[in-house]
Design a protein around this ligand. Structure first.
Ligand code: NAD
Length: 415
């Protein structure tokens, strides 16, 4: 039995997703272009509450229900949507007839369960990135989404950026030529003694107020641990570290700009070098992804220095596309951002510098529009899947201390 088969079996055993895999989808309300869209959210924590605010800015949208295993979140979410019904078991939210679409903003290890059960309940779905915690889960979720008639959008908001539209156009117009390498990076820093990502544990985060078993979601049983519950990002059981928190946005951007399939292999090195606070996921990372068609993509990340901010450089024979998000300019000391094209004079003597002009779409309005129109959202399930698998391959390489190939997972680059 291959490793993929074993992992997939293990996941299927754990997932309460029989209905989703059996693919018996209840019929849902058909919405007209002016109908009010009624949302539910599973996991209105930090990101979930940001999402609630964003979705509430979209016209003709309301929250009918919120589901969370921590009582504090019910109170916080009700401040944003006082009429919403608050439940502690997400299945009660999925039972509600007056919920058209569900937002999943739970920790990563819960995404697949909530993804599959939402589809099984006949609801449309907006699932936060990264789409899943593992490769077998990504396979199962993609399969379920394709077989359903539900709208599925992923929380990869860079997919709605004007920068992506401009980059794709420049590449299509031949301005970049043959691309053999892409370099991406993401860097942060915090004052010493204030490690990146660590959240204070609220005093009411107690076993009485948290459904700990539901949070564990099939992970090995252990006594209540408020740090693991609040700071789940730091632990492999619940998280994929910075690769699934941040690389996923950038790799999805690069994959979409260049229309890339899955990587053929991944290698990742690094370690817990700066944030020595008991975390398991590395804070210093170098990822190398090989793609079919003579291309290598690298992504580097540190939590120890932020001079170069976040960026991507698509390096072609005829030009470079550079996307900067907050890199500090060497000369002025100001923060730079935006999309630029620089011609390679060797091959495009007449080329000129270009700046990205296209405005961003409202990512959240795009999802709501798709719920009404039944179109595919900007951040569709396919890019959710491909970016998730790329990230998981990198993390597998780091944890196994060896290069991971797509072949060893029993997958092919283009399905
Ligand atoms: N798109 C983005 O830019 C972006 C930004 C930040 C976070 N995120 C993603 O959003 C997700 C949540 O991150 P966060 O920082 O908000 O985490 P968080 O811990 O603040 O929120 C998660 C919420 O889920 C609840 N929860 C946990 N298990 C649950 C379960 N089984 N059923 C119901 N509720 C449950 C928790 O009580 C908490 O309120 C992650 O996947 C993260 O990667 C995306």
């Amino acid at each position: 039995m291959t490793q993929k088969t074993i992992q997939r079996r293990e996941f299927l055993k754990q997932a309460a997703a029989g209905a989703a895999i059996g693919l018996v989808y209840p019929s849902a309300r058909v919405l007209g272009s002016n109908d009010r869209v009624r949302l539910g959210i599973i996991g209105p924590g930090a990101r979930g509450q940001e999402l609630m605010k964003e979705f509430l800015k979209v016209s003709n949208v309301e929250f009918a229900a919120v589901a969370d295993v921590f009582t504090r979140r019910h109170e916080e979410a009700k401040k944003l949507a006082p009429a919403a019904k608050a439940v502690d078991d997400y299945r009660r939210l999925l039972d509600l007839k007056d919920v058209d679409a569900v937002i999943v903003a739970t920790p990563l290890h819960c995404h697949a369960r909530h993804f599959l059960d939402t589809l099984a309940a006949g609801k449309d779905l907006y699932c936060e990135k990264t789409m899943t915690w593992s490769v077998p889960e990504a396979e199962t979720c993609l399969e379920a989404a394709k077989k359903s008639n539900r709208v599925v959008g992923i929380g990869l908001q860079h997919q709605s950026s004007g920068n992506l539209a401009d980059a794709k156009q420049w590449i299509k117009d031949g301005l970049v030529g043959k691309v053999t390498s892409v370099e991406s990076w993401m860097s942060r820093n915090t004052p010493r003694g204030k490690p990146q990502w660590v959240r204070q544990i609220p005093s009411d985060c107690t076993p009485g107020n948290v459904r700990w078993d539901a949070f564990l979601n099939g992970r090995s049983r252990r006594p209540f641990d408020a740090n693991q519950f609040i700071n789940w990002r730091l632990f492999w059981d619940f998280s994929g570290g910075n690769v699934t928190e941040n690389m996923v946005h950038q790799i999805a951007f690069v994959m979409r700009a260049l229309d890339l399939p899955l990587p053929t292999s991944a290698y990742m090195s690094g370690g817990v070098y700066s944030e020595k606070d008991g975390r398991e996921v590395p804070d210093t990372i170098a990822v190398t992804l090989d793609f079919p068609g003579d291309l290598v993509v690298t992504w580097q990340s540190t939590f120890n220095n932020k001079r170069y901010g976040i960026g991507d450089r698509i390096l072609g024979s005829h030009g470079t596309i550079e996307r900067l998000m907050g890199a500090t300019d060497m000369v002025t000391g100001k923060s730079e951002s935006g999309l630029r094209y620089y011609p390679e004079k060797d091959n495009r003597a007449d080329g000129v510098l270009l700046e990205g002009q296209t405005k961003d779409w409202n990512h959240y309005a795009n999802f709501v529009d798709c719920v009404r129109s039944r179109k595919e959202p900007n951040a569709h399930v396919e890019i959710g899947y491909r970016s998730a698998v790329a990230g998981h391959m990198a993390n597998m390489s780091y944890r196994q201390k060896q290069r991971v190939t797509l072949e060893s997972l029993g997958l092919t680059a283009r399905r």
